[in-house]
Design a protein around this ligand. Structure first.
Ligand SMILES: [Zn+2]
Ligand SMILES: [Zn+2]
Length: 83
């Protein structure tokens, strides 16, 4: 243990899945900024610990179709609202 918590920026797709992550490394601030700008193009960006990012990460194929139950539930809810 270094005593320091590693932080990461994650990109969360609109379906709720975390699809990308980049380590928040001050030494590589330029690269981090580029990564974050890329995430913003298709989703929202959040900062969290690397531990949290790892457990939130979704390995399902994206972005054309989200196979996740979380996303399916959201779609079902949206359909109900539309009726
Ligand atoms: Zn997913
Ligand atoms: Zn998804």
């Amino acid at each position: 243990m270094t005593g320091e918590t590693l932080m990461a920026y994650v990109g969360r797709a609109h379906c709720g899945c975390v699809q990308a992550a980049t380590l928040d490394e001050p030494r590589h601030a330029d690269q981090v900024r580029r990564d974050v700008a890329g995430f913003r193009r298709w989703g929202t960006v959040e900062r969290m610990t690397v531990e949290d990012a790892r457990s939130a990460f979704c390995l399902s194929p994206h972005p054309l179709f989200c196979p996740c139950s979380r996303a399916r539930a959201a779609i079902a809810a949206a359909r109900e609202e539309a009726v």
